[in-house]
Design a binder for this molecule. Structure first.
Ligand code: ZN
Ligand code: ZN
Length: 279
């Protein structure tokens, strides 16, 4: 399995000199199975460039999962070019969340007066799969959802293939239980022994004094989860819009120090746009 990050920023896309290393596009991951299945996770602004690449590669079959329907995770959807190609089929997976189905969420993104082109312009064949919390299979990938602790709810996902495990939990507040969310032990069990965990690590402890209940974790809370669940690699994700490259580097350095102090050899890294994780 190969995971390509097309956007790791939280809340709003950013640009500027201080964001060149980790990138400015919002959440979008591509998970490619060993047999070539293409799974897109979230349609933040990063999905635009992924779409352009898929068109170039002439990819016809695409699966899309949404973690939840906050703006930063759906705003790139209308700019995903494969939507406008008649030979493309796109299948959507995941639970209805926040009382809305995926179909309703994507229709709203393209609804007047917010957007000039409506859903009728979409030429790809769209299919909505009702698979939900029981887990599902896409090609050779086994996918298990987890309930996030986040305002308006959401889902995280575990991907398994050929004995390798990748867990993606973004927009998840570990120290505060939102309606529908779970406690720390649930997430520790969910991540247990994963090869790679990519987790929301938006805030510092100082930020958290004023951002508690906003739906995000501090990098130290996320690190605690990575250590507790004994994952091999931990990626910091959902970078705050004001966090510069050097500040993210400092957070990664702090994670390395904390895990070394506990005599644990955890590989910590900040997830950067265009980075590739191979499992
Ligand atoms: Zn977000
Ligand atoms: Zn969110």
């Amino acid at each position: 399995m190969k995971i390509i990050c097309w956007g790791a920023r939280g809340s709003i896309p950013v640009s500027g000199q201080e964001y060149l290393k980790y990138g400015g596009d919002t959440t979008c991951l591509e998970v490619r199975s060993d047999t070539g299945d293409v799974v897109v996770v979230d349609c933040g602004s990063g999905v635009r460039r992924l779409g352009n690449r898929l068109i170039k590669e002439n990819t016809r079959e695409i699966s899309i999962l949404f973690t939840h329907s906050h703006w930063d995770h759906i705003l790139g959807f209308p700019f995903f070019k494969p939507l406008y190609y008649p030979k493309v089929s796109i299948e959507f997976f995941g639970c209805p969340f926040a009382q809305k189905s995926i179909r309703t969420v994507i229709r709203k993104v393209m609804e007047p007066p917010q957007f000039p082109v409506d859903l009728g312009a979409i030429k790809a064949r769209l299919k909505f799969n009702a698979s939900c919390l029981d887990g599902f299979v896409i090609g050779s990938l086994k996918i298990t959802p987890a309930l996030l602790s986040h305002p308006n709810k959401g889902l995280g996902f575990k991907f398994e293939e050929n004995g390798k495990t990748f867990v993606f939990l973004t927009d998840n507040e570990l120290r505060y239980r939102h309606p529908g969310g779970k406690d720390f032990d649930y997430y520790a069990a969910f991540c247990s022994g994963a090869d790679v965990l990519v987790h929301d690590a938006e805030f510092t402890e100082a930020d958290y004094e004023r951002t508690r209940t906003w739906g995000h974790s501090t990098f130290t809370q996320a690190l605690e989860l990575a250590l507790e669940s004994k994952v091999k690699r931990f990626g910091l994700f959902h970078h705050n819009q004001d966090r510069s490259d050097s500040e993210i580097d400092a957070m990664v350095g702090e994670c390395e120090k904390i895990s070394a102090r506990k005599s644990l050899s955890l590989d910590c890294f900040g997830v950067a746009q265009e980075s590739i994780i191979e499992l």
